[in-house]
Design a protein around this ligand. Structure first.
Ligand SMILES: Cc1ncc(COP(=O)(O)O)c(C=O)c1O
Length: 411
């Protein structure tokens, strides 16, 4: 494969050092970075030295079709030659088509398009306030250990103190309670509460799934109080569990009364929806779908023809190749292989479903991730000594076998 950075080994190493030096001089050091990557193909990326890595982190649940997907490349080029951006003062066909398709995967409602997960959640906070304000309601109850993004409201919503340190005063109107604890939510609801917001599977928090009882109980509770149930499907959603949204997977076999009718009032999406092209979206249930009238909410780049064309192409690929079924199957295989290692190699537990899988370690996950990177496998550390697998939805069995071989050799 042609080397994008180009040159012999020494030249490549010099170029990688030069890239790092440019970062040191000119890029805000808000991330801890490791490799200098030059290019990718499918499940693999190559660093500046030409070394290949199996990417099971998938750009943190973003690269739903893997790297350099030819269909995405072609769509990008074709749409770029037609219409890249028009403001939301105008209609564009790609946005209209995508909206209809996304709604068809949930239930009657409408879509709002934006650019990231944090922004999709911002839309949910504003929805809760817009609906709640006439009744004096504004507060949002969220879960401890959750993650909802890095904006000021996002870190206020996030149930982890570490993201707020140094950014006080925290945006008011958020309250945190233990996850999977219905009574804690019940106790936290007051006359000021406007909504409850949860992730179906806490990703950054260490891959912990909501229980069916919790979900059904939350829906009942929020209905009783006339408040919204908001859903953060940014990481666990978009077919990653084998269903469009994780609640559909978590509840699919549940016989609990109300499980099959479960539906939040809004669902935030981002990451996998654009397959690497920045995009966010929010589905709003029909009852609240017209709450945002002109002038109440917006974003310049929300739902551009280019972003929506790519998202439509990603959705085509998922639907045509049944990548939802694929990731469910490969995820089961990955979990079964990892489960056989539990109790050895410092591995305490494996949890998750489909393409969101966590490996709970006895010791620091970041250290383990570094060792695995050196051995050629990319994973993503999470809170609580957990290593996350968030691979592309088109991952194959051979990739799971390769990952396991590296883990068995390295840990
Ligand atoms: C559950 C969840 N919500 C929101 C976000 C924020 O998304 P973004 O980084 O696109 O703003 C993330 C990012 O990791 C996430 O995992």
């Amino acid at each position: 494969m042609e080397h994008v950075l180009g040159g012999n080994r020494q030249e490549l190493q010099n170029k990688a050092e030069a890239v790092k030096n440019l970062y040191a001089g000119f890029v805000v050091p808000s991330y801890k970075r490791s490799l200098v990557l030059s290019h990718g193909q499918g499940m693999y990326v190559w660093d500046a030295d030409g070394k290949r890595y199996l990417d099971m982190g998938g750009g943190i649940a973003v690269n739903s079709l893997g790297h350099s997907n030819p269909r995405i490349a072609e769509t990008l080029a074709q749409q770029a030659g037609k219409l890249v951006h028009v403001s939301n003062l105008y209609y564009n066909e790609q946005q209209a088509i995508l909206a209809q398709r996304l709604v068809s995967h949930l239930a009657p409602g409408k879509m709002f398009f934006c650019n990231s997960g944090a922004e999709a959640n911002e839309c949910q906070y504003k929805l809760a306030r817009k609906v709640g304000n006439p009744k004096g309601r504004f507060e949002i109850v969220t879960a401890l250990n959750s993650f909802h993004g890095r904006t000021l409201a996002g870190i206020a919503a996030t149930g982890q103190d570490k993201v707020r340190v140094g950014f006080e005063p925290t945006v008011s109107g958020f309250r945190h309670v233990p996850y999977n604890n219905l009574e804690a939510v019940r106790a936290a609801i007051t006359e000021q509460t406007a909504a409850v917001l949860i992730e179906g599977i806490q990703g950054e928090g260490g891959v912990t799934a909501a229980t069916p009882e919790y979900l059904v109980g939350l829906r009942k509770l929020t209905r009783e109080h006339g408040i919204l149930l908001l859903w953060d499907g940014v990481q666990c959603g978009y077919f990653r569990t084998g269903r469009f949204q994780s609640f559909q997977r978590i509840l699919e076999d549940s016989a609990i009364s109300g499980a099959q009718e479960f539906l939040p009032d809004a669902v935030a999406m981002a990451k996998s929806i654009g397959g690497g092209f920045p995009m966010g979206a929010v589905w709003i249930r029909d009852e609240f779908a017209d709450v945002f009238q002109p002038g109440s909410h917006g974003t310049t780049y929300g739902g551009t023809p280019l972003a929506c064309a790519v998202a439509n192409c990603v959705l085509d690929e998922i639907e045509e190749k049944r990548l939802d079924e694929n990731i469910r199957k490969q995820g089961e295989y990955l979990i079964s292989r990892l489960a056989s290692l539990v109790g050895s190699r410092g591995i305490n537990a494996v949890r998750g479903m489909g393409g969101i899988v966590g490996l709970a370690l006895e010791s620091d996950a970041a250290e383990a991730a570094t060792k695995l990177t050196q051995a050629g496998l990319l994973l993503v550390p999470a809170t609580g000594n957990v290593l996350r697998f968030l691979p592309p939805l088109n991952m194959g069995k051979a990739h799971v076998d390769e990952a396991l071989e590296i883990i068995e050799k390295t840990l």
